[in-house]
Design a protein around this ligand. Structure first.
Ligand SMILES: [Zn+2]
Length: 301
């Protein structure tokens, strides 16, 4: 067996305070990276400059420190991030234009607002040949019929279920799907550990990666993990501030139960007390089995 040099990343969005569910993803990404001897990057997804705030960026660094999760590449603190790592919308726009030149028949500007679109959007604006113009149009990727993406056992047909994908938003910012994909490809990311709510996102990004000829991302391995739910069985939300970890820190609460919860996800016996990353990393058999059972790859498209 040849060993792959894995590169993975923790990629939080600074649009709210980090909650227990985000931390679970950080810990899981970290221990899988350590287990595989992978390179771990930190990327802070501040594409949406309107919702990104310094206080949320600070919170990301404080949370990583509190959890004790170190990484190989990425900003060291908020100042370093804002100076050297923040998304550059103009660079993204150049990359968008380069792709646009390669796929002139598939990219088109769309004036529809969310209200105009009922259900799945199949490109009513495609024939209008509109210009991309801030606050007036977005740029979309046209999805043809029978656009299947097989990711492990998961299969989705994009035409029926997703429709034409927004690449550049009306507000003048790059879409999450494209910005995240471009960054991953550029940095050679070939292992993604994500919540299962991002399964459709993974399929969309894989579809684009394959279409654009992105060598790293189209061969990446994906692990989609269960989400942490609240008492009512709902997924934790940044906007509701539910289970925000800065509150834990304020109350001097330690992150033990987050490590215990991660251990449960990878299949460690519940009776085992797991309180630290070291204890988690010692569960080598469980980690290996979890990785083997949950790895997904683009099968065909
Ligand atoms: Zn339209």
């Amino acid at each position: 067996m040849t060993m792959t040099d894995f590169i993975t990343r923790i990629a939080p969005t600074p649009s709210g305070f980090i909650h227990a569910g985000n931390a679970l993803n950080f810990i899981l990404t970290y221990i899988i990276a350590k287990h595989l001897n992978a390179t771990l990057r930190l990327r802070i997804d501040d594409i949406d400059k309107l919702r990104s705030k310094k206080v949320f960026i600070d919170d990301i660094f404080e949370t990583l420190k509190w959890l004790g999760l170190e990484y190989d590449y990425g900003a060291k603190d908020s100042d370093d991030f804002l100076k050297n790592y923040s998304y550059n919308n103009e660079v993204l726009f150049e990359e968008l234009n380069n792709l646009h030149k390669k796929f002139p028949m598939l990219f088109y500007a769309c004036k529809c607002s969310r209200k105009d679109i009922k259900g799945i959007y199949h490109g009513n604006c495609k024939e209008l040949k509109l210009k991309l113009q801030k606050d007036k149009t977005s740029l979309r990727l046209h999805i043809k019929q029978n656009s299947y993406v097989w990711l492990g056992d998961f299969c989705i047909e994009l035409f029926e279920n997703i429709g034409d994908i927004i690449l550049w938003q009306k507000d003048g910012f790059c879409s999450y799907q494209l910005a995240s994909l471009l960054d991953d490809e550029k940095n050679g990311v070939n292992l993604l550990v994500r919540g299962e709510d991002l399964l459709n996102s993974s399929a969309i990004q894989l579809f684009m990666a394959n279409l654009f000829g992105f060598k790293n991302f189209s061969k990446a391995i994906f692990i989609h993990h269960p989400l942490m739910l609240d008492q009512n069985g709902k997924k934790l939300s940044k906007s509701l501030n539910s289970h925000a970890l800065y509150q834990w820190r304020k109350n001097n609460k330690k992150p033990y139960e987050l490590f215990q919860k991660t251990a449960e996800i990878i299949g460690v016996k519940e009776s085992w007390q797991i309180n630290t990353k070291e204890e988690l990393l010692a569960c080598k058999d469980e980690l290996e089995a979890f990785f083997r059972l949950n790895s997904q790859k683009l099968d065909r498209q």
